[in-house]
Design a protein around this ligand. Sequence first.
Ligand code: IFM
Length: 454
Amino acid sequence: MNETQDALRFPDGFLWGTATSSHQVEGENTNNQWWAFEQQHGKIWRGERSGLACDWWRNAEVDFDLMQRLGLNAHRMSVEWSRIEPEPGRFDSTAIERYREMLDGLRRRGMEPMVTLHHFTNPLWLERIGGWEKGEVVPYFQRYVRHVVQALGDLCKLWVTINEPLVYVAQGWVRGIWPPEKTNLLLALRVFRHMLQAHGAAYQTIHAVQPNAQVGYAMPVRVFAPSNPASWLDRKAAALKRYIAEHVWLMGSIDGKIRFPLGLNEYHRTLEDSADFIGINFYTRDLVRFRPDPRLLFGEEHYHPEGEYSDSGWRGVYSEYAPQALNQIVQEVNVLHKPIYITENGLPDQDDDQRPRWLLGHLYKLYRAIRDGCDVRGYFHWTFTDNFEWSEGWGLRFGLVELDPETQERRLRPSAAMFSEIARSNAISRSLVARYAPELLPLLFPAEEGAQSH
Ligand code: IFM
């Protein structure tokens, strides 16, 4: 990696792409629990539904062509368990064929695929028998993973076992706003434990089928910090959140120990050393203020009162602009000596007036971490085309490409051209910053003779 006065260069072979998930883009995923949830009154903002989504099941190639036009060299997508195994033990060869076509399509367009095996959705048959609350999910997941890797392994070598396990557990069993809408901390712990076990089992299975595979997971990180650093209680509450939301999973995949609260540890051989890389999904940092409420894990999360927020055009803000927190987490994870991918990062910004600067701000902090020695191999922006954003329906627009879900018309936002230029040149140039976010010039390219950007 080298740095000139006019460009900040990323390492050779760096992956530049976008990330998606099956249910959010494919359309008509009628056989999973999210589709069922969407049909119920009052569950999704304005009663919206995934419907045809971005119509990828029929025509993902429309977007693949655009990605190729933009010069991206990677894409992270997920495969849908409910399509591949619509009934227990019955695997659908048509679904597998379609995924082969997609992966081959990405490769032929010069993009390296990264495939996620679980991204929030479950087949209805699994839900009926208790889903992730029941221990049986582990061998079921393992069987599904084996089938997928045997069928697709020649087209994909980068696998993400599970996307954002903590978000799945928190939304479904702590906050109770996603299916199965429960608020039960004991069940939440059980689901979390099964997810870690399933990750370990999937890791071993993938390597048994495809020894040269690279296997990781996508971990949501919010870098919880105390609301008032002078308050002992706020500091402890923030540390507890970080411990539960980040450390338990991360350390489990390193030494095989699941560390439950109160010092109750459990060792799983299959979990030990079960990450060839670590995927980081980063959107915002959170401040934590102590609250004497065990249901909140003794801490209430909030944004910084003086922070700058993404103006999503929805009924609230989504995230705080805090790119330094991305640098921090990358530095922290790098201590584990595993390759790192930023598996998601982005913001909802319908009119694209914030995205160029936010994206540049984050990429700059990522660049700095790499320059300081962190082994980051790629960056996947969330997301390519506006897609179905779970409980927020179509209210949050994360795409580099604007989509009208009714007509399926696409329009490139200015950020798409900017991201394309960075991906093609594998660098952030001074002239690009001058065109898209001149206010960042003094930070990225300080004027003084011989000065280092800081
Ligand atoms: O859309 C989601 C994705 O499914 C998981 N990570 C966060 C994204 C934006 O909210």
